[in-house]
Ligand binder design. Structure first.
Ligand SMILES: NC(=O)c1ccc[n+]([C@@H]2O[C@H](COP(=O)([O-])OP(=O)(O)OC[C@H]3O[C@@H](n4cnc5c(N)ncnc54)[C@H](O)[C@@H]3O)[C@@H](O)[C@H]2O)c1
Ligand SMILES: O=CCC[C@H](NC(=O)CCC(=O)O)C(=O)O
Length: 489
């Protein structure tokens, strides 16, 4: 059946491309089914968005804020339904899906503030006239979203883009179309004018048709480093288009000199295993000192990890970890564990596929100190790699030995050590005695190296949603009192 899953010009239409579905990764039921948007449908949506954007940008900022706040109201009224959709389409535990919806709602006020602080209008007096810095929207921008935060992360591009006066063509992850559909329905109910947002559902072909469409002015992308690099190549030689890339990481966490072992273990677990390890900021590599304290932390970490509750997202007694996104992703992580064993890794807590018909896996820990050619890949799941060190600077060097640079952390009671770590570590998020996941929307969020392209998101998303226009203005044409040499009037 061809469901009306594409939202173009304020109308829900059937896709004209290939059929695809999304599945509940734990209950194996179908959550969503539809047909992909074709290149022709992409073209229509972009053309409609172009026309709609002009009037949308012509509204005052306060008028746009009013619509965006209505969306926040809609989201608040439907927050439990949205959390359930997120949980059932991703397998994420319901308690966590609720925090995702709360982050979506919180994004509205933060983005209004960010627009004003970073891209609002500023005026400076001049001897003759006045100088202004104002900001204009780029036009029609595409938003590509990942599956791991199907609500919050696209929302983190869409809200600031709309506030700035852009029209948005939204292509969600093909693994989470239902969350996107529900989100866009809330925009419709909020009264966003026709054409200002389009939802184009589809797989990679739809993404390619959008990215390759000459009528878009930019792409705001959150997803894997591989796709981000592909888009970057596609945009080569196109300085006229804006590209914001939020990509993956291979994030280190170093521990040295901590008094409270349980507190350290807590922060390690929050960093490594939240969202079943499916956060871009998750700790992938744990550096522990090769001494008695390192041994004690490791022993306690293994003990607590073995007792982590993994389970069905809507269980009455909530698990810490829900499932991974799909059975294929779960199998992929088990293959990674096997690959690391073959390279010389020693399994300390085995990551297990709890039920091969579901995407539920238990968290794993593997010692990798003896691996000489450790692969610098992002392993997007609950497998923490442990490295033992004898010299703190060598641990920092090893932590920096990655193409990525998203998040990094130090657990230590020494302020001096933290200052030293902060100076040397290369990452866009650097934390001290806090988990390295759970970044604030009120701060910039982005990485260096293969993690981003210097266009941080969250609070700084305002920056890539608009371009600055500098003006000097005088209400009448006036002959200057002092003329340039060689001029006579
Ligand atoms: N830095 C961040 O803010 C951040 C946040 C969340 C997730 N991530 C990263 O996202 C990844 C997980 O998400 P994912 O697997 O959904 O990412 P992905 O790269 O597979 O997909 C992201 C989006 O790009 C689209 N896409 C894929 N190939 C495309 C192509 N060739 N042309 C155009 N569009 C294309 C997908 O359909 C999807 O909408 C992880 O690597 C994670 O670290 C990064
Ligand atoms: O998976 C990647 C995102 C992880 C998440 N980051 C944010 O929520 C950033 C804040 C924002 O975009 O508003 C995290 O750090 O856990």
């Amino acid at each position: 059946m061809n469901h009306a899953v594409q939202f173009i010009n304020n109308q829900w239409l059937g896709g004209e491309g290939k059929e695809f579905t999304s599945l509940d990764p734990v209950k194996n039921t179908q959550v969503w089914q539809g047909q992909a948007a074709t290149a022709a449908q992409v073209d229509t949506a972009v053309q409609v968005a172009r026309k709609a954007q002009y009037d949308w940008a012509g509204l005052s900022f306060d008028e746009r804020v009013a619509v965006v706040k209505k969306f926040a109201e809609q989201l608040s009224e439907n927050k439990e339904a949205m959390a359930l959709t997120i949980a059932s389409e991703t397998g994420k535990a319901l308690w966590e899906a609720r925090t995702e919806v709360a982050a979506m709602i919180g994004k509205i006020d933060i983005s209004v503030r960010a627009y004003q602080e970073r891209t609002g209008t500023k005026e400076n007096p001049m001897p003759q006239g006045r100088a202004f810095v104002r900001h204009k929207p780029h036009g029609v921008v595409a938003v590509f979203g990942p599956y791991n935060f199907p609500g919050h992360l696209p929302n983190g591009h869409i809200v600031p883009a709309l506030l700035a006066g852009n029209a948005v063509v939204f292509k969600p992850s093909e693994l989470t179309p239902k969350v996107a559909e529900e989100t866009v329905k809330l925009w419709q109910q909020a009264g966003l004018p026709a054409g200002v947002i389009a939802l184009l559902q589809g797989e990679v072909d739809t993404g390619k048709a959008i990215a390759g469409h000459n009528g878009i002015d930019g792409i705001f992308f959150t997803g894997s480093s591989r796709t981000g690099h592909y888009l970057h190549q596609q945009f080569a030689g196109r300085p006229d288009k804006i590209l914001a890339l939020e990509m993956g990481g291979n994030n280190p966490l170093i521990v040295q000199d901590v008094a409270n072992i349980d507190a350290a273990v807590h922060d390690i677990i929050q960093s490594a295993f939240i969202s079943a390890g499916q956060r871009c900021t998750c700790a992938r590599k744990l550096f522990l000192p090769a001494n008695a304290q390192g041994d004690a932390i490791l022993a306690r970490l293994l003990e607590v990890t073995r007792n982590i509750k993994v389970g069905v997202y809507d269980a009455a007694e909530q698990p810490f970890m829900g499932s991974m996104i799909s059975v294929a992703a779960a199998k992929g992580m088990l293959a990674v564990q096997q690959q690391l064993v073959e390279l010389g890794g020693k399994v300390l807590v085995e990551m297990q596929h709890i039920d091969v018909n579901t995407a539920l896996v238990s968290p794993g820990i593997i010692e990798c100190s003896n691996i000489t050619d450790y692969p610098d890949d992002e392993h997007f799941g609950p497998l923490l790699k442990v490295f033992r060190f004898t010299d703190f600077d060598q641990a920092i060097d090893a932590a920096n030995n990655t193409q990525f640079g998203l998040s990094a952390g130090l657990l230590s009671d020494s302020a001096e050590l933290y200052q030293h770590f902060f100076r040397r570590i290369r990452a866009g998020i650097v934390n001290w005695n806090r988990p390295i996941t759970g970044a604030s929307s009120a701060a910039p969020f982005g990485g260096v190296g293969s993690s981003g392209n210097h266009r941080a998101s969250a609070f700084y998303a305002a920056d890539y949603c608009a371009y600055p226009v500098a003006s000097v203005e005088l209400e009448q044409v006036v002959l200057p009192e002092q003329l340039s040499p060689g001029l006579a009037f």
